[in-house]
Design a protein around this ligand. Structure first.
Ligand SMILES: Nc1ncnc2c1ncn2[C@@H]1O[C@H](COP(=O)(O)OP(=O)(O)OP(=O)(O)O)[C@@H](O)[C@H]1O
Ligand SMILES: [Mg+2]
Length: 423
């Protein structure tokens, strides 16, 4: 090939480089033109993997598989390490020659020309290699051409790496933005929930205020009846019993109103409390449906166990768990039983809340703590209960909650394990 033909091929290459954007395609075209200009049989472009300390073939004409050459091994490995151009006339008589690759590929290497691929900071990117000149051996003029072509390859590779790192940066930025959006959503959900709680707290406050007055009046009327009966000397055990019941119901109503008020009170404070007290507070709120459905309750373990934190929030957690169990009993038409065990294990309060309501349905089990997961009718559930439970436990109480289906007294049911770190 004369000088004019070589120049023409180089000009063609310039055109390809400016048009082609696909890295693999670009390097393949470059290799094809290289073997034409240098009248070589094969051409390879090796890239350096700095972490593994080895070269791997990005382009290897005539070879399907990726070729791996340890750094420092063979002519290519030597070129990468020393950053020196190598012209080898008789490969098998050069002690540095690494014939393993010929063994794998079944190719017979006679003569070699390699030049290092170097970036702007003088760091090795890889090696550009041509094998077996069709006539004679590679000479200094070939080496000069390969150096020129290697410049192209290096700059193409550097651009591609720059592009990749920019792409990586872009992707990690996108991920960050997404994470922030998710965090904001989470905050929104909590704000909505807090807003709801405050609104409910206001309503309950008003109802409580309005109810206390008639309750006091009823209480006074009962006292009046009692006094009148006493003054008139009437002795009637039935009436006395009924009046006693009325008084008890009035007391209970008054306590229930107070319970609701403290439950929804947003001004929470950390305090030391008995786990059993939080449980009893919750029970007084769900007493109606527990009694209505004749739910059997077993509280086992350490009833004297105390914890420092937000009692009201643990009470909210229990209320949600009770409501879910009761819903399961109704759905399952089963005779409901709930067992709650309280233990201290390895500096943690461990509460296991079990029921026998048939268990959590398999298809939603993985997502029950996510918002809006529900198997209930719109009017019955929104699927926010367990999400709030998890948020309260994890964010406010430095704890965890997990769930599984287990047996309680030979019947399948759901089991929730709450772990709170003791301060
Ligand atoms: N004890 C349980 N037994 C069986 N399934 C349960 C139990 N607790 C929860 N689940 C299942 O998990 C789903 C999600 O519960 P979660 O409390 O988050 O929402 P919900 O009860 O459906 O609605 P919400 O609590 O907002 O009124 C329920 O719909 C139900 O299918
Ligand atoms: Mg619920």
């Amino acid at each position: 090939m004369d000088y004019k033909d070589k120049l023409e091929l180089l000009l063609d290459l310039g055109k390809v480089i400016s048009k082609e954007h696909d890295l693999d395609e670009l390097l393949t075209v470059l290799s094809d033109i290289t073997i034409k200009i240098l009248t070589a049989d094969r051409c390879s472009i090796f890239l350096l993997d700095k972490k593994k300390n080895e070269l791997w073939s990005k382009v290897a004409q005539g070879v399907e598989k990726k070729i791996i050459v340890p750094l420092g091994k063979g002519i290519a490995g030597y070129t990468a390490e020393s950053q020196e151009i190598q012209i080898v006339i008789d490969a098998y008589n050069d002690i540095r020659f690494y014939n393993e690759i010929d063994k794998i590929t079944g190719y017979k290497t006679d003569n070699i020309l390699t030049v290092p691929l170097i970036n702007k900071n003088d760091e090795t990117l890889g090696v550009f290699q041509v094998l077996n000149k069709t006539e004679g051996f590679f000479d200094n003029e070939d080496a000069e051409i390969l150096i020129l072509l290697a410049e192209y390859v290096s700059s193409i590779l550097e651009n591609a790496m720059l592009y990749d790192s920019l792409k990586g940066m872009n992707e990690s930025l996108e991920k960050k933005v997404q994470e922030e959006v998710e965090k904001n959503r989470e905050k929104d959900r909590q704000l909505i929930q807090q807003g709801k709680m405050i609104a409910v707290s206001d309503v309950i406050g008003n109802i409580a205020h309005q109810w206390r007055q008639p309750l006091n009046v009823v209480s006074l009327l009962v006292q009046n009846i009692e006094m009148t009966l006493e003054n008139d000397g009437v002795v009637n055990k039935e009436i006395d019993k009924s009046l006693l019941s009325v008084n008890q119901i009035l007391d209970e109503l008054s306590i229930t109103i107070d319970d609701f008020r403290t439950f929804f009170n947003p001004n929470r404070q950390k305090e030391e409390f008995l786990i059993l007290d939080a449980l009893n507070d919750a029970l007084s709120m769900v007493k109606g449906s527990i009694d209505e459905n004749a739910v059997e309750l077993y509280i086992v373990g350490n009833k004297k166990l105390k914890h420092y934190g937000y009692k009201n929030e643990l009470c909210q957690v229990f209320v949600n768990l009770f409501n879910n169990s009761i819903d399961a009993f109704i759905d399952n038409e089963s005779y409901g039983e709930i067992e709650i065990s309280i233990e201290e294990i390895d500096n943690h309060v461990v509460i296991i809340f079990k029921d026998n309501g048939g268990g959590i349905k398999e298809d939603i089990h993985d997502s029950i703590f996510e918002p809006y997961t529900t198997t209930k009718h719109k009017a019955q559930g929104t699927g926010i209960g367990l999400y709030m439970v998890k948020s309260v436990i994890e964010i406010h109480m430095d704890g965890t909650i997990t769930s599984k289906n287990t047996m309680l007294n030979n019947q399948e049911g759901a089991s929730f394990k709450i772990k709170l770190k003791c301060p």
